[in-house]
Design a protein around this ligand. Structure first.
Ligand code: TXA
Ligand code: MG
Length: 359
């Protein structure tokens, strides 16, 4: 099939495709989604096939306003309402008990459903015109980094979907925060741009955190509650290693020294490899000489002081590394506070949890 590129003038046509069972990728403030009719099990099946995704991994249903949630769930608890009022449209996904009209094919067989109202004008209009909740996982092939530009979607899914609604590069660059509100206590399943601090302020208490987000591993019997979080996600083709110090401030040059030592001692042969170093604007000068001497690419994630500037670029840079044939990525680490929690969660996944701790 030919994959068409749609602009704001084609929303009617894109909505028609969704209504008649086709797939259209859509922009959001986080990453691009791969959309289909959220109430149609056949559309769900097509989404899994297009992504090459295991079908036990449930989809998020996207709505254009809070009222559209009501028929999709058993009930909306007061606290969930409060969160929707505070953060929708925005990068927060809530898990609630599903109603009978949501097919089990969309929820990976679970009796709960993930709901989100994305902050993108074109997509809100698309949902309204389609008159449906739009099921949408990130619009990448399963296992590769989520798409932050329409060209990434095209690269992964051309020929597999009917169209892509193009709205340029997204803002945030990592997927939404997921909060489980179907349990006794609100539980964070995936960190995102709505931070723990933001949630705590509205809920009046700190949500629980899925233990796997705090370093408890599946080998120790901890399975993440969001099924999608158990896969080696967001991964570039290259081997990626994170270098971290216990204290971040003042330890920047220690990180550089440790990378240099690693390359010389452990990887005597690896200078034949194509290597990239991921660092921040502030630390770039520390690496320049080493990069020139050893023919290493320097990739600037963003500003250390502003983790959102780094989430914005992360997945694009990982894709760039793939395209340039990079096979080893060495990266700095950043504090896991605020949005830094989401940034480091994705970076650790990209690295397959390979971290060198510097004393
Ligand atoms: O920002 C986002 O959330 C993007 C945009 C397109 O909205 N979407 C996204 O979808 O990241 P996806 O499918 O790549 O990730 C959804 C995550 C998966 O880890 C999935 O396992 C989890 O949400 N999830 C979905 N429904 C769930 C449920 N009922 N219970 C627990 N986890 C659920
Ligand atoms: Mg995804």
């Amino acid at each position: 099939m030919e994959t068409r590129i749609f602009s704001n003038k084609d929303i009617e046509e894109a909505a028609r495709i969704l209504k008649t069972g086709g797939l259209v990728a859509f922009p959001t403030e986080t990453v691009y989604g791969l959309g289909g009719n959220g109430l149609d099990k056949e559309a769900a099946r097509k989404i899994y096939a297009a992504k090459g995704r295991p079908s036990d991994n449930p989809l998020i249903l996207h709505v254009s306003k809070m009222e559209e949630v009501i028929p999709l769930v058993e009930s909306v608890p007061e606290k969930a309402k409060l969160l929707m009022d505070s953060f929708w449209p925005g990068p927060l996904t809530l898990i609630l008990k599903k109603s009978a009209i949501v097919p089990l094919e969309s929820t990976g067989g679970l009796d709960t459903v993930a709901l989100r109202c994305p902050d993108n004008a074109l997509t809100l209009e698309l949902i309204e015109k389609a008159g449906l909740p739009i099921a949408g996982p990130s619009a990448n092939l399963s296992g590769s980094p989520s798409p932050t530009e329409a060209s990434h979607v095209y690269h992964d899914l051309a020929g597999r979907i009917e169209g892509i609604l193009d709205d340029g590069a997204v803002g945030i660059g990592v997927e939404s925060t997921i909060l489980d509100m179907s349990t006794e206590r609100p539980t964070l399943l995936r960190p995102g741009a709505i931070t723990l601090e933001d949630l705590t302020e509205v809920l009046g208490e700190k949500p629980d955190i899925d233990p796997t987000l705090l370093g408890k591993s599946m080998e120790d019997g901890f399975v993440p509650k969001a099924p999608g979080m158990k896969y080696r996600h967001y991964a570039p083709k290259a081997e990626m290693i994170l270098f971290r110090t216990l204290e971040h401030k003042g330890a920047e040059s220690k990180v550089r020294e440790s990378m240099a030592k690693y390359l010389e001692e452990e990887r005597g042969d690896s200078f034949q490899k194509k290597i990239a170093i991921l660092c921040a604007e502030e630390t770039k000068p520390l690496y320049q000489e080493m990069a020139e001497k050893k023919n290493i690419r320097l990739k600037i994630l963003g500003r250390r002081e502003d983790p959102l500037s780094m989430t914005h670029n992360l997945f694009r840079i990982l894709r760039e590394c793939d395209e340039e044939g990079i096979n080893l990525i060495l990266s700095e680490s950043y504090p896991e506070e605020g949005v830094g929690f989401a940034l480091m969660n994705r970076m650790k996944k990209a690295a397959g949890q390979k971290i060198i701790l510097i004393k």
